[in-house]
Ligand binder design. Structure first.
Ligand SMILES: *Cc1c(COP(=O)(O)O)cnc(C)c1O
Length: 432
């Protein structure tokens, strides 16, 4: 493919993508395929001779689309949202074109510097304490990780290394191995301190956990993977209170802030806690600026060496939406969740199972777990909408998460009417 063909195919692809998003409601939200459906549809080896582009695109509709779960359909209410917007997709194209591997400042200065500034922008949107910002050459700063899970692992490793250093400083005779086998990580059944748990979007009280951690010199990592995006709205910012006690904080703009996967924002109060744990400095990665204290080599902040130019997505999205546009997106979703909640509450056969704070409603039919499992089976077989369950204190509960960027009140109302119809049929069948 040369540049001329790329221009043509690129325009076609943009049209294909816009058609896909515009027409996504016409596609069944959850696919009909069985496990293993794909292998028989394509050759068992890569082609020796090049295939034609037209044939590849035909196969996208024939092979790929039948097996796609349409996460951006306004009938998708499963898991949590995953961010998607046109500005982010365009920025990702550019990221692919620049195609740098930004492990050090020198490996592509813009890649590093934009990331540092974007994490400051985002930190300010959330009103994070200044200690987490890199601006004004403080000791904190932010980094983009691939996922919240990676951020948690990074925090855990940094905590281990800090605890080891602290212990060795006070008791020089202790070996690292002797310390390692005694270290303890505390968590609840939701893992680390969490703002907006995955199952029901509940919140740990940082203002109670935090002072204990600080007093005992424990590393406090806070995971707000989903809920974090909402803190850009002043009315939800109080949910982040207590973050000042944390050593590290993380949330996923790729969940609810219209930035496509992957983009998990992580901040630390003390950069050296991370870089001290991961410093990797072979001579071929060194450069003349690295000890100036002015620049960041992000390879010390993460597990992999290589990293993409992911901050471009943030930059495009923040500028194209503005903080107000992003706030409007969050507010619309929260509003829709409350609308669904009130529909559930109006039907005496149902109950709401957890406080609705943001965009998630946990609900169930009053009755046995079996009854609710059967209801979910019916919803899943009908494939008109897609949602997933959770367990709350031994009870089987349905989760209705407002997900798509384009979801409107009508979709929520239709989804509820559909659930009600299936519930009526189920309850009738149960009576017979
Ligand atoms: C979604 C979620 C995660 C996992 O996020 P990844 O980025 O996929 O690792 C972790 N914690 C919470 C609370 C979540 O909601």
């Amino acid at each position: 493919m040369d540049a001329t063909e790329f221009r043509r195919r690129g325009r076609e692809m943009v049209d294909y993508i816009a058609d896909y998003i515009e027409g996504i409601e016409g596609r069944q939200v959850y696919p009909d395929v069985e496990p293993g459906y794909l292998r028989p549809l394509i050759p068992s080896c890569a082609p020796q001779e090049p295939d034609a582009y037209e044939d590849i695109m035909k196969d996208v509709e024939k092979v790929i689309m039948p097996g796609v779960t349409h996460w951006h359909s306004p009938r998708f209410f499963a898991y949590f949202p995953t961010g998607s917007s046109y500005p982010a997709m365009l920025a990702d194209m550019l990221c692919g074109a620049i195609g740098c591997i930004g492990f050090s400042w020198a490996s592509s200065p813009a890649c590093t510097e934009l990331e540092t500034v974007m994490l400051d922008w985002l930190g300010k949107m959330l009103q994070l304490p200044e200690a987490f910002l890199a601006e004004k050459a403080g000791s904190g700063g932010g980094v983009i990780q691939g996922s919240a899970s990676e951020a948690t692992l990074m925090a855990l490793l940094a905590a281990r290394s800090r605890a080891t250093r602290h212990l060795q400083a006070t008791r020089p005779g202790l070996t690292e191995a002797a310390i390692m086998e005694k270290l303890v990580a505390y968590g609840s059944d939701q893992v680390v301190a969490t703002l907006g748990t995955t199952s029901c979007c509940s919140f740990d009280r940082l203002s109670e956990v935090g002072p204990v951690c600080n007093r005992e010199d424990l590393w406090l990592h806070v995971d707000a993977a989903y809920a974090g995006s909402a803190f850009i709205c002043p009315e939800f910012r109080h949910l982040l209170n207590g973050v000042e006690f944390a050593d590290s904080f993380n949330f996923n703009p790729h969940k609810w802030l219209l930035v496509n996967f992957d983009c998990s924002a992580m901040w630390v109060k003390k950069r050296v806690d991370l870089t001290g744990a991961f410093k990797l400095d072979p001579v071929y990665l060194q450069h003349s600026h690295q000890d100036s204290g002015l620049i960041t080599d992000y390879r010390h902040w993460q597990l992999p060496l290589g990293r993409r130019f992911r901050s471009l997505k943030m930059w495009f999205v923040f500028r194209m939406y503005g903080v107000k546009g992003l706030q409007a997106h969050i507010r619309k979703h929260v509003q829709l969740a409350h609308e669904f909640e009130s529909l559930v509450r109006q039907d005496p056969r149902f109950e709401v199972c957890a406080e609705v704070t943001l965009g998630l409603v946990c609900f169930r039919l009053k009755g046995s777990n079996k009854l609710n499992e059967d209801l979910l089976d019916r919803i899943s077989s009908a494939k008109k909408i897609h949602l997933v369950p959770c367990h709350l204190r031994g009870r089987f509960v349905l989760r209705f998460a407002i997900c798509a960027r384009t979801v409107e009140p009508a979709h929520v109302q239709q989804a509820w009417a559909h659930i009600q119809t299936l519930a009526s049929a189920l309850l009738e069948a149960a009576q017979e």
